[in-house]
Design a protein around this ligand. Structure first.
Ligand code: NAI
Length: 275
Protein backbone atom coordinates (compact mmCIF):
# COMPACT_ATOMS: atom_id res chain seq x y z
CA UNK A 1 0.00 0.00 0.00
CA UNK A 2 1.34 3.42 -0.89
CA UNK A 3 0.56 6.70 0.89
CA UNK A 4 2.83 8.97 -1.18
CA UNK A 5 4.67 9.78 2.04
CA UNK A 6 7.93 10.61 0.27
CA UNK A 7 6.65 12.41 -2.80
CA UNK A 8 9.23 15.00 -3.93
CA UNK A 9 11.89 13.73 -1.52
CA UNK A 10 15.38 12.78 -2.70
CA UNK A 11 17.98 10.63 -1.03
CA UNK A 12 20.87 8.21 -0.96
CA UNK A 13 20.50 4.53 -0.01
CA UNK A 14 23.61 2.60 1.05
CA UNK A 15 23.88 -1.17 1.35
CA UNK A 16 21.51 -2.95 -1.07
CA UNK A 17 23.36 -6.14 -1.97
CA UNK A 18 20.59 -8.57 -2.94
CA UNK A 19 16.84 -8.95 -2.58
CA UNK A 20 17.23 -10.03 1.08
CA UNK A 21 19.06 -6.84 2.07
CA UNK A 22 17.16 -4.49 4.36
CA UNK A 23 18.35 -1.63 2.12
CA UNK A 24 16.87 -3.38 -0.94
CA UNK A 25 13.44 -3.65 0.67
CA UNK A 26 13.76 -0.04 1.84
CA UNK A 27 14.61 1.16 -1.68
CA UNK A 28 11.52 -0.63 -3.03
CA UNK A 29 9.27 0.90 -0.38
CA UNK A 30 10.77 4.40 -0.73
CA UNK A 31 10.18 4.16 -4.48
CA UNK A 32 6.57 3.10 -3.91
CA UNK A 33 6.11 6.10 -1.63
CA UNK A 34 7.29 8.49 -4.34
CA UNK A 35 10.89 9.07 -3.17
CA UNK A 36 13.79 9.33 -5.63
CA UNK A 37 17.28 8.19 -4.75
CA UNK A 38 20.78 7.21 -5.74
CA UNK A 39 21.84 3.69 -4.82
CA UNK A 40 25.35 3.07 -3.59
CA UNK A 41 27.45 0.18 -2.40
CA UNK A 42 31.11 -0.83 -2.15
CA UNK A 43 32.62 -1.47 -5.61
CA UNK A 44 33.24 -5.13 -4.70
CA UNK A 45 29.59 -5.60 -3.71
CA UNK A 46 28.52 -4.26 -7.12
CA UNK A 47 30.22 -7.19 -8.73
CA UNK A 48 28.77 -9.74 -6.31
CA UNK A 49 25.27 -8.36 -5.91
CA UNK A 50 22.31 -7.66 -8.14
CA UNK A 51 22.01 -3.92 -7.59
CA UNK A 52 21.49 -3.22 -11.34
CA UNK A 53 18.17 -5.03 -11.15
CA UNK A 54 17.05 -2.81 -8.24
CA UNK A 55 18.21 0.33 -10.04
CA UNK A 56 16.17 -0.58 -13.10
CA UNK A 57 13.10 -1.39 -11.04
CA UNK A 58 13.24 1.89 -9.10
CA UNK A 59 14.49 4.16 -11.91
CA UNK A 60 17.64 4.96 -9.90
CA UNK A 61 21.25 5.56 -10.74
CA UNK A 62 24.09 3.76 -9.00
CA UNK A 63 27.28 5.38 -7.72
CA UNK A 64 29.86 2.94 -6.33
CA UNK A 65 31.46 4.13 -3.08
CA UNK A 66 33.47 2.47 -0.37
CA UNK A 67 31.89 4.03 2.70
CA UNK A 68 35.29 4.10 4.46
CA UNK A 69 36.79 6.32 1.74
CA UNK A 70 36.28 10.07 2.13
CA UNK A 71 37.20 10.55 -1.52
CA UNK A 72 34.47 8.13 -2.64
CA UNK A 73 31.95 9.77 -0.30
CA UNK A 74 32.74 13.28 -1.60
CA UNK A 75 32.15 12.07 -5.13
CA UNK A 76 28.97 10.29 -4.09
CA UNK A 77 27.47 13.32 -2.37
CA UNK A 78 28.33 15.85 -5.09
CA UNK A 79 27.25 13.57 -7.95
CA UNK A 80 24.04 12.59 -6.14
CA UNK A 81 23.06 16.26 -5.84
CA UNK A 82 23.67 16.70 -9.57
CA UNK A 83 21.65 13.60 -10.47
CA UNK A 84 18.80 14.41 -8.10
CA UNK A 85 18.81 18.09 -9.00
CA UNK A 86 19.37 19.56 -5.56
CA UNK A 87 19.91 18.86 -1.90
CA UNK A 88 19.13 15.58 -0.17
CA UNK A 89 16.19 14.80 2.12
CA UNK A 90 17.01 11.30 3.35
CA UNK A 91 19.96 8.95 3.78
CA UNK A 92 19.95 5.28 4.80
CA UNK A 93 23.20 3.83 6.17
CA UNK A 94 22.69 0.07 5.97
CA UNK A 95 26.26 -1.17 6.20
CA UNK A 96 27.84 -3.72 8.47
CA UNK A 97 30.75 -6.14 8.36
CA UNK A 98 33.13 -7.76 10.86
CA UNK A 99 36.21 -9.52 9.55
CA UNK A 100 36.57 -11.34 12.89
CA UNK A 101 33.03 -12.72 12.53
CA UNK A 102 33.61 -13.61 8.91
CA UNK A 103 36.82 -15.49 9.68
CA UNK A 104 35.51 -17.19 12.81
CA UNK A 105 37.77 -15.38 15.30
CA UNK A 106 36.39 -15.44 18.85
CA UNK A 107 35.72 -12.18 20.71
CA UNK A 108 38.47 -13.17 23.14
CA UNK A 109 41.00 -13.77 20.36
CA UNK A 110 40.60 -10.84 18.02
CA UNK A 111 42.87 -9.88 15.20
CA UNK A 112 42.97 -6.13 15.84
CA UNK A 113 43.66 -5.19 12.22
CA UNK A 114 40.40 -6.94 11.41
CA UNK A 115 38.68 -5.29 14.37
CA UNK A 116 39.75 -1.90 13.07
CA UNK A 117 38.56 -2.68 9.57
CA UNK A 118 35.16 -3.77 10.92
CA UNK A 119 34.85 -0.63 13.04
CA UNK A 120 35.73 1.56 10.08
CA UNK A 121 33.16 -0.14 7.83
CA UNK A 122 30.36 -0.61 10.36
CA UNK A 123 30.54 2.53 12.50
CA UNK A 124 33.08 5.16 11.52
CA UNK A 125 31.69 5.13 7.98
CA UNK A 126 28.51 6.63 9.46
CA UNK A 127 30.51 9.55 10.82
CA UNK A 128 32.27 9.92 7.48
CA UNK A 129 28.97 9.95 5.59
CA UNK A 130 27.51 12.60 7.88
CA UNK A 131 30.66 14.73 7.92
CA UNK A 132 30.68 14.74 4.12
CA UNK A 133 27.01 15.70 3.97
CA UNK A 134 27.58 18.39 6.63
CA UNK A 135 30.61 19.96 4.95
CA UNK A 136 28.88 20.06 1.57
CA UNK A 137 25.74 21.45 3.17
CA UNK A 138 24.05 18.70 1.19
CA UNK A 139 20.93 18.13 3.32
CA UNK A 140 17.65 19.97 3.07
CA UNK A 141 16.13 21.28 6.30
CA UNK A 142 13.89 18.68 7.97
CA UNK A 143 15.84 15.93 6.26
CA UNK A 144 16.31 12.56 7.95
CA UNK A 145 19.28 10.23 8.34
CA UNK A 146 18.85 6.62 9.53
CA UNK A 147 21.43 3.92 10.30
CA UNK A 148 20.63 0.33 11.19
CA UNK A 149 21.71 -1.15 14.50
CA UNK A 150 21.23 -4.21 16.67
CA UNK A 151 20.48 -4.67 20.34
CA UNK A 152 23.89 -6.23 21.04
CA UNK A 153 24.87 -2.56 21.47
CA UNK A 154 23.09 -2.69 24.87
CA UNK A 155 22.94 -6.37 25.86
CA UNK A 156 25.33 -9.30 25.61
CA UNK A 157 24.95 -11.66 22.65
CA UNK A 158 28.27 -13.55 22.72
CA UNK A 159 28.30 -14.67 19.08
CA UNK A 160 27.69 -11.14 17.79
CA UNK A 161 31.37 -10.66 18.61
CA UNK A 162 32.99 -7.29 17.86
CA UNK A 163 29.89 -6.17 15.93
CA UNK A 164 28.37 -5.45 19.36
CA UNK A 165 31.05 -2.81 19.98
CA UNK A 166 30.66 -1.46 16.45
CA UNK A 167 26.92 -1.01 16.97
CA UNK A 168 27.47 0.76 20.31
CA UNK A 169 29.85 3.13 18.51
CA UNK A 170 27.39 3.59 15.63
CA UNK A 171 24.56 4.52 18.01
CA UNK A 172 26.81 6.98 19.83
CA UNK A 173 27.76 8.65 16.52
CA UNK A 174 24.05 9.02 15.73
CA UNK A 175 23.58 10.99 18.95
CA UNK A 176 26.78 13.02 18.78
CA UNK A 177 26.54 13.99 15.11
CA UNK A 178 22.77 14.21 15.39
CA UNK A 179 23.22 17.16 17.74
CA UNK A 180 25.20 19.14 15.15
CA UNK A 181 22.94 18.05 12.30
CA UNK A 182 19.93 19.23 14.28
CA UNK A 183 21.43 22.49 15.51
CA UNK A 184 23.03 23.58 12.25
CA UNK A 185 20.98 21.91 9.50
CA UNK A 186 17.61 21.04 11.07
CA UNK A 187 18.23 17.41 10.10
CA UNK A 188 17.31 14.47 12.31
CA UNK A 189 19.53 11.45 12.92
CA UNK A 190 18.38 8.14 14.38
CA UNK A 191 19.28 4.47 14.48
CA UNK A 192 16.74 1.70 14.06
CA UNK A 193 17.60 -1.36 16.12
CA UNK A 194 16.24 -4.24 14.08
CA UNK A 195 15.36 -7.87 14.93
CA UNK A 196 17.68 -10.57 13.56
CA UNK A 197 16.88 -10.78 9.85
CA UNK A 198 17.95 -13.44 7.32
CA UNK A 199 20.31 -11.44 5.08
CA UNK A 200 23.91 -11.97 3.96
CA UNK A 201 25.26 -9.91 6.89
CA UNK A 202 22.83 -11.47 9.40
CA UNK A 203 23.59 -15.04 8.41
CA UNK A 204 27.31 -14.41 8.95
CA UNK A 205 26.70 -14.49 12.71
CA UNK A 206 27.52 -17.87 14.26
CA UNK A 207 24.41 -19.82 15.30
CA UNK A 208 22.16 -17.40 13.40
CA UNK A 209 19.28 -19.91 13.05
CA UNK A 210 19.06 -20.34 16.82
CA UNK A 211 19.48 -16.63 17.32
CA UNK A 212 16.58 -15.71 15.04
CA UNK A 213 14.25 -18.45 16.34
CA UNK A 214 14.94 -17.49 19.97
CA UNK A 215 14.24 -13.79 19.30
CA UNK A 216 11.05 -14.71 17.47
CA UNK A 217 9.74 -16.82 20.37
CA UNK A 218 10.75 -14.23 22.93
CA UNK A 219 8.98 -11.31 21.22
CA UNK A 220 5.25 -10.84 21.76
CA UNK A 221 4.86 -9.70 18.15
CA UNK A 222 7.55 -11.98 16.69
CA UNK A 223 10.61 -10.76 14.80
CA UNK A 224 10.36 -7.65 12.64
CA UNK A 225 11.06 -8.54 9.00
CA UNK A 226 13.18 -6.62 6.51
CA UNK A 227 9.94 -5.23 5.08
CA UNK A 228 8.85 -4.06 8.55
CA UNK A 229 12.20 -2.29 8.86
CA UNK A 230 11.74 -0.72 5.43
CA UNK A 231 8.31 0.57 6.47
CA UNK A 232 9.66 2.00 9.71
CA UNK A 233 12.44 3.73 7.79
CA UNK A 234 9.91 5.21 5.35
CA UNK A 235 8.05 6.70 8.30
CA UNK A 236 11.34 8.11 9.65
CA UNK A 237 12.05 9.71 6.26
CA UNK A 238 8.54 11.18 6.06
CA UNK A 239 7.37 14.49 7.49
CA UNK A 240 5.34 12.56 10.10
CA UNK A 241 8.41 12.17 12.33
CA UNK A 242 9.92 15.65 12.04
CA UNK A 243 11.14 16.06 15.61
CA UNK A 244 12.25 12.52 16.36
CA UNK A 245 16.01 12.71 16.65
CA UNK A 246 19.03 11.34 18.59
CA UNK A 247 17.06 8.15 19.21
CA UNK A 248 17.81 4.47 19.00
CA UNK A 249 14.43 3.10 17.92
CA UNK A 250 13.65 -0.56 18.46
CA UNK A 251 11.91 -2.39 15.64
CA UNK A 252 11.96 -5.79 17.26
CA UNK A 253 8.45 -7.06 18.07
CA UNK A 254 8.98 -6.10 21.72
CA UNK A 255 12.10 -8.24 22.29
CA UNK A 256 14.18 -5.50 23.93
CA UNK A 257 11.77 -5.11 26.86
CA UNK A 258 11.19 -8.81 27.50
CA UNK A 259 12.57 -10.81 30.40
CA UNK A 260 11.20 -14.17 29.37
CA UNK A 261 8.19 -15.43 27.40
CA UNK A 262 5.96 -18.42 28.22
CA UNK A 263 7.29 -20.28 25.20
CA UNK A 264 10.94 -19.86 26.17
CA UNK A 265 10.22 -20.75 29.80
CA UNK A 266 8.26 -23.89 28.85
CA UNK A 267 11.04 -25.07 26.52
CA UNK A 268 13.58 -24.45 29.27
CA UNK A 269 11.58 -26.45 31.84
CA UNK A 270 11.04 -29.29 29.35
CA UNK A 271 14.79 -29.49 28.79
CA UNK A 272 15.51 -29.38 32.51
CA UNK A 273 13.06 -32.22 33.13
CA UNK A 274 14.85 -34.38 30.55
CA UNK A 275 18.10 -34.06 32.49
P1 NAI B 1 23.47 -7.09 3.82
O1 NAI B 1 24.66 -8.01 3.82
O2 NAI B 1 22.46 -7.29 2.77
O3 NAI B 1 23.96 -5.57 3.82
C1 NAI B 1 25.20 -5.14 4.33
C2 NAI B 1 25.75 -4.18 3.29
O4 NAI B 1 26.95 -3.53 3.73
C3 NAI B 1 26.09 -4.88 1.96
O5 NAI B 1 25.35 -4.32 0.91
C4 NAI B 1 27.57 -4.60 1.81
O6 NAI B 1 28.00 -4.54 0.48
C5 NAI B 1 27.68 -3.27 2.53
N1 NAI B 1 29.07 -2.91 2.81
C6 NAI B 1 30.03 -3.67 3.40
N2 NAI B 1 31.20 -3.01 3.38
C7 NAI B 1 30.97 -1.81 2.79
C8 NAI B 1 31.80 -0.69 2.48
N3 NAI B 1 33.11 -0.67 2.81
N4 NAI B 1 31.25 0.38 1.85
C9 NAI B 1 29.94 0.38 1.52
N5 NAI B 1 29.10 -0.65 1.79
C10 NAI B 1 29.63 -1.74 2.41
O7 NAI B 1 22.83 -7.28 5.28
P2 NAI B 1 21.70 -6.47 6.08
O8 NAI B 1 21.29 -7.37 7.17
O9 NAI B 1 20.70 -5.92 5.16
O10 NAI B 1 22.55 -5.32 6.78
C11 NAI B 1 22.18 -3.97 6.74
C12 NAI B 1 22.38 -3.33 8.10
O11 NAI B 1 21.42 -3.85 9.02
C13 NAI B 1 23.75 -3.56 8.74
O12 NAI B 1 24.16 -2.39 9.42
C14 NAI B 1 23.44 -4.65 9.74
O13 NAI B 1 24.38 -4.71 10.79
C15 NAI B 1 22.08 -4.17 10.21
N6 NAI B 1 21.30 -5.16 10.96
C16 NAI B 1 21.11 -6.41 10.45
C17 NAI B 1 20.45 -7.36 11.19
C18 NAI B 1 20.30 -8.75 10.66
O14 NAI B 1 20.03 -9.66 11.46
N7 NAI B 1 20.44 -8.97 9.37
C19 NAI B 1 19.88 -7.05 12.52
C20 NAI B 1 20.09 -5.68 12.94
C21 NAI B 1 20.79 -4.79 12.18
Amino acid sequence: MSYNLLKGKKGIIFGALDANSIAWKTAERVHEEGGEFVLTNAPIAMRMGQIDELAKKTGSQIIPADATSLEDLEKLVTESMEILGGKIDFVLHSIGMSVNVRKGKAYTDQNYDWTQKGTDVSAMSFHKVMQTLYKHDAMNEWGSIVALSYMAAQRVFPDYNDMADNKAYLESIARSFGYFMGRDKKVRVNTISQSPTPTTAGQGVKGFDGFIAYADKMSPLGNATALDCANYTVSMFSDLTKRVTLQNLYNDGGFSNMGVSDYIMESFIENEEKK
